[in-house]
Design a protein around this ligand. Structure first.
Ligand code: C2E
Ligand code: MG
Ligand code: MG
Length: 573
């Protein structure tokens, strides 16, 4: 098996070649082993003579250098060393030195045959082991789907670690090319067909790149290319991609459209030695995807934020175990009556070193991991327990919970969520699940069934941060949404800002017609409150009434401020 790409000549060794090939590659080491074997043979011969001849058990010591020679030089080494050993303690070596009795020819000839058999057999075993090892090296070096160099081998090549296959010149750039849209092939035709498509794309890319560029497959239809020759190398890569890489390739009985996206990183010597060649280019690709561009260039800030995320995640996991998370509650006020009608549960992280870390910093990172499940269960349990306590005290409120959409896909989490109100004697209609608008945009199709399921069970569903996703109120038709929470960015500058005023008025009007509750979050001034009330907003939430507070503080707030708010409401009415 040989790789067409110019840099890697990995192939499985034939048994004949393996017969002669020593296990060690470097010449000084081989010379050292030869000298060691010869000295050991000589020393063993002296030992046999000095201990009285071949009649005593010491002759077996001479087998050690024979086995060593067979392990390194395989069958030829074992046979030669066995022959020399047998001759060293052969016809000239007395059977009994003290009494000058010589060996019979049968004795030393039999020993010669045995030594040749032991040397040859040990050499055969060493050869089989060597062949097995070479096969697994070749497997590690070659991507089974495309036959291209595997990333492990490529990194070794780029780093110049591989003794036999060094790159002629250090590469200036690492590029990753992701051919997107292939998931459709996987969904429509299955994994085998998808692999065949990846293989075809890999071959086309390799042909376009020519022999002087190393092409490897990183995963899926994402390929890594090491480009030698600095900026000039990069320019010629772009030209070749444009001129030689086809836009479509024939596949099965249709033509597959190739939609490449690129990640790019300039490589330092440190990157090559540290094996980071493609990691940085992959970071560039992530940036390209994030910003919807065709090309993304690695920037060191990506590393810093990635490292910070890592550190934060491990601190967060510890905080979760150490009960350092707290649940705060922010009251929600009925704008018409000014009664407190509910609270939103908002998580807080009290870090001993950094103080309070806001959820806007850690939730987006935690959301990408399974820790979000534990965190949400923790918050939901504490919040619902508090709701039950308030109920016992005669304060009946609604509770809004922020739930990441990824969790709604988990049957286990859904069972937890559905059982929660019942366990605390709360009716599910008092629980409002807040899902951000962007989540509905991304995962709408898969969430549809889950949201209907929750709705059937009696939960209220709210679109949070409405207006930030640049989407339409069409959601109100498709999903069983009972509440729309207009994002605070449209509320903050009301009523002066004309655009915010128009958007909030229009959103309220549509929600009214669709019979959905409309909530404004981030109300900070009486002027914006008055405007929102005028537009028909039902509920308000913001610093004007109360900041998010701990359970104890918010209970105290209910006792004092809630009453005065109600009186203001009655006076207004
Ligand atoms: P959100 O759900 O939109 O929550 C409203 C945010 O606005 C809260 O920020 C609240 O403190 C803030 N806020 C409320 N009134 C005002 C105001 O008048 N002025 C200003 N400037 N801000 C106001 P917070 O608590 O920092 O939470 C930020 C976001 O973190 C939340 O936005 C929510 O998306 C997320 N989050 C918080 N707790 C959880 C949680 O338990 N689970 C999940 N998945 N996300 C959470
Ligand atoms: Mg919310
Ligand atoms: Mg919000």
């Amino acid at each position: 098996m040989e790789i067409a790409n110019g840099y890697c000549r990995a192939r499985t060794v034939s048994p004949l070649a393996a017969f002669f090939m020593p296990t060690l590659a470097s010449r000084p080491k081989l010379v050292g082993v030869v000298v060691l074997v010869l000295l050991s043979l000589f020393a063993a011969t002296v030992v046999v003579y000095e201990t009285g001849g071949t009649t005593y058990p010491y002759p077996y010591v001479i087998l050690l250098p024979v086995i060593l020679a067979a392990a390194i030089f395989k069958i030829p080494g074992g046979l030669v060393a066995g022959l020399i050993a047998a001759l060293c303690i052969g016809p000239w070596m007395p059977l009994d030195v003290a009494n000058a009795i010589m060996q019979t020819p049968q004795a030393w000839i039999f020993r010669l045959v045995m030594f040749l058999l032991i040397g040859g057999f040990t050499g055969l075993l060493a050869m089989l082991m060597y062949l097995r090892q070479q096969e697994s090296i070749a497997r590690e070096r070659i991507d089974p789907v495309t036959g291209l160099v595997s990333p492990v081998a490529a990194i070794r090549l780029v780093a110049g670690e591989d003794e036999t296959d060094k790159l002629a010149a250090p590469p200036g750039y690492a590029v990753v090319v992701a051919f997107e849209g292939l998931s459709a092939v996987l969904r429509a035709l299955g994994i085998e067909a998808s692999n065949r498509a990846i293989c075809k794309i890999g071959r086309a890319l390799e042909a376009a790149m020519g022999p002087e560029r190393l092409v490897t497959r990183i995963h899926g239809a994402t390929f890594g290319i090491a480009l030698p020759g600095g900026l000039r190398g990069l320019r010629s890569f772009v030209e070749d991609m444009e001129e030689k890489m086809p836009e479509t390739i024939p596949f099965e009985n249709f033509s597959l459209l190739l939609l490449p996206r690129f990640g790019l990183a300039r490589l330092t010597e440190e990157d090559r030695l540290g094996g980071h060649a493609f990691r940085k280019a992959m970071a560039g690709l992530t940036l390209a995807r994030k910003h919807g561009r065709r090309v993304g260039r690695y920037s060191s800030s990506f590393d810093i934020s990635a490292r910070q995320s890592l550190v934060m995640l491990s601190d967060f996991e510890r905080a979760l175990r150490a009960d350092e998370l707290e649940v705060y509650f922010q009251p929600k006020v009925d704008l018409a009556t000014r009664e407190v009608m509910g609270v939103e549960a908002l998580v807080r992280w009290h870090d001993v070193v950094s103080g309070i870390i806001p959820p806007s910093v850690f939730v987006p990172i935690v959301e990408k991991t399974t820790l979000i499940d534990q965190m949400t269960r923790y918050v939901a349990q504490i919040a619902i327990r508090q709701l039950a306590t308030w109920k016992e005290q005669g304060v009946e409120l609604e509770l809004a919970l922020n739930i990441s959409p990824t969790l709604l896909g988990s049957a286990d989490f859904m069972n937890f969520l559905k059982a929660l109100p019942g366990e605390h004697g709360i009716d599910p209609s008092f629980i409002e699940i807040e899902i951000t608008e962007s989540a509905l945009m991304e995962d709408g199709d898969s969430l549809l069934r889950v949201l209907h399921d929750l709705h059937r069970d009696g939960f209220r569903l709210a679109i949070d941060d409405f207006g930030t996703g640049y989407s339409s109120l069409l959601y109100l038709k498709t999903f069983p949404i009972s509440t729309v929470k207009l994002d605070q960015s449209f509320v903050r500058d009301l009523p002066e800002n004309e655009a915010s005023a128009a958007i909030s008025a229009m959103t309220a009007a549509v929600c009214k017609r669709m019979k959905a509750r409309i909530v404004a979050e981030g109300i900070e001034t009486p002027q914006s409150e008055a405007f929102l009330l005028e537009q028909g907003f039902d509920v308000g939430q913001g610093y004007l009434y109360c900041e998010p507070l701990s359970a104890t503080d918010v209970t105290a707030w209910f006792a004092t401020h809630a009453e005065s708010l109600r009186k203001q409401g009655q006076a207004q009415a």
